[in-house]
Design a binder for this molecule. Structure first.
Ligand SMILES: Cc1cc2nc3c(=O)[nH]c(=O)nc-3n(C[C@H](O)[C@H](O)[C@H](O)COP(=O)(O)OP(=O)(O)OC[C@H]3O[C@@H](n4cnc5c(N)ncnc54)[C@H](O)[C@@H]3O)c2cc1C
Length: 349
């Protein structure tokens, strides 16, 4: 169903047992599908409404790139962005929305001021942390099953014009993780992320540290560094260039058995070593492993491990055809994470 307004969503919710909203449809395990039910394509409702100094109101079907194209000319940005901007506001608010700035600002769900929601019975409700709070709490992180977000009022902060973007390369995973711990505890960089991958037969262990002003790399343990000054937009939109390359390789529409877990600090190194020991055939040419350090006390709406420092660890696998072996590998990752006191971020299976 392609709704023209919230009233049409209310009517379809009231009349059908299973109604599932779909944003950009990037979730990997059918979360935006409805067997024998109705799928509501939210991308047709994508207007960016009022922009104020501290907030913007947007339709939930807007992609984050569309939000930024409207707010950046006013010098404003949402404080937390996912790496890929072609995800919808409703799609990421229904799972959390974590990024390199989450160690400062939490998840995207921690930066929402108000929502208009169609509840499962078809009522259109405005909710905030102080008003209709049960709806607000249920729908943020609710996987689209506790109501449909129609509009969201999102917090905005000043956007820098340029950023210093450091890519630091490490000889060992332990050194990379040690520096991530150091950086997020110090809070000196605006973005901290990390990834492990094999490119041209070489293992790459990379920490991305981004500063909106300028911050020191003194005392870090990297072997090589690559620093560039780039516009804020080019930095936050950095994954866009990869899309045509992956499409050209025929891997955009093939299965992506991606697996995202949240690990307590004590389990991150052993889990990354396990993932690094998996065969390259479990990733294909474009696959990689992400490791994002987070501070537990900044994130309020996700089920997190009981640990001051938490790592989002993701195995991003691209299956040219059969995904069975990759799904089996994800099952092992999930079991390891749960045994170590970790939690699931996005359901992988
Ligand atoms: C290339 C890529 C990079 C990514 N990077 C990150 C990242 O950096 N950080 C991160 O946290 N995640 C990341 N993700 C994961 C992503 O946040 C989730 O998969 C997200 O749910 C996808 O958004 P979508 O618009 O495609 O939603 P869909 O896949 O369409 O829907 C996802 C879920 O949201 C529900 N939903 C959709 N719209 C609404 C709505 N309006 N109201 C209520 N529920 C709704 C759906 O029912 C479904 O359960 C990435 C995914 C991809 C493909």
């Amino acid at each position: 169903m392609r709704p023209s307004d919230a009233a049409e969503i209310s009517a379809v919710m009231a009349a059908n047992a299973l109604v599932v909203p779909r944003g950009a449809g990037h979730s990997t395990a059918g979360q935006a599908q409805a067997r024998d039910g109705v799928v509501v394509d939210m991308t047709v409702l994508n207007t960016v409404h009022e922009i104020r100094p501290g907030h913007v109101t947007v339709d939930a079907g807007a992609r984050w790139s569309e939000v930024l194209r409207a707010t950046l000319p006013r010098g404003l940005t949402p404080p937390v962005l996912t790496d890929y901007l072609e995800l919808t506001v409703g799609g990421t608010l229904s799972v959390g929305g974590l990024g390199g700035a989450s160690h400062h600002h939490g998840a995207q769900t921690d930066n929402v001021l108000a929502l208009d929601v169609v509840t499962p019975t078809g009522s259109l409700v405005t909710c905030t942390p102080d008003h209709n709070r049960e709806v607000f709490d249920a729908v943020l992180g609710g996987r689209g099953r506790n109501g449909i977000i129609v509009t969201a009022m999102l917090r905005l902060v000043p956007a820098p014009e340029t950023v210093q973007w450091h890519r630091l390369h490490y000889g060992t995973t332990s050194e990379l993780v040690a520096d991530q711990r150091l950086l997020v505890r110090a809070g000196s960089f605006d973005y901290v992320e990390g990834q492990l991958k094999i490119r041209d037969g070489q293992r790459v262990r990379e920490l991305e540290a981004v500063s909106f002003t300028s911050a020191s790399l003194d005392g870090l343990r990297f072997e090589e560094s690559d620093t560039q000054v780039t516009s804020y937009w080019d930095f936050v939109n950095r994954l866009a260039a990869g899309e045509p390359v992956i499409r050209a390789a025929g891997l955009w529409d093939s299965p992506h058995p991606w697996c995202n877990v949240l690990l307590p600090d004590h389990a991150v190194e052993s889990t990354l070593r396990h993932l690094e020991s998996e065969g390259p055939e479990l990733y294909s040419d474009f696959g990689l492993i992400l490791a994002y350090p987070l501070l537990r006390d900044r994130i309020s709406r996700l089920e997190l491990p009981d640990s001051e420092l938490v790592f989002l660890v993701a195995a991003l696998r691209y299956a040219p055809e059969d995904a069975t072996a990759m799904q089996a590998a994800n099952e092992v990752l999930v079991q390891k994470a749960l045994q170590a006191g970790g939690t699931l971020y996005l359901e992988p299976l």
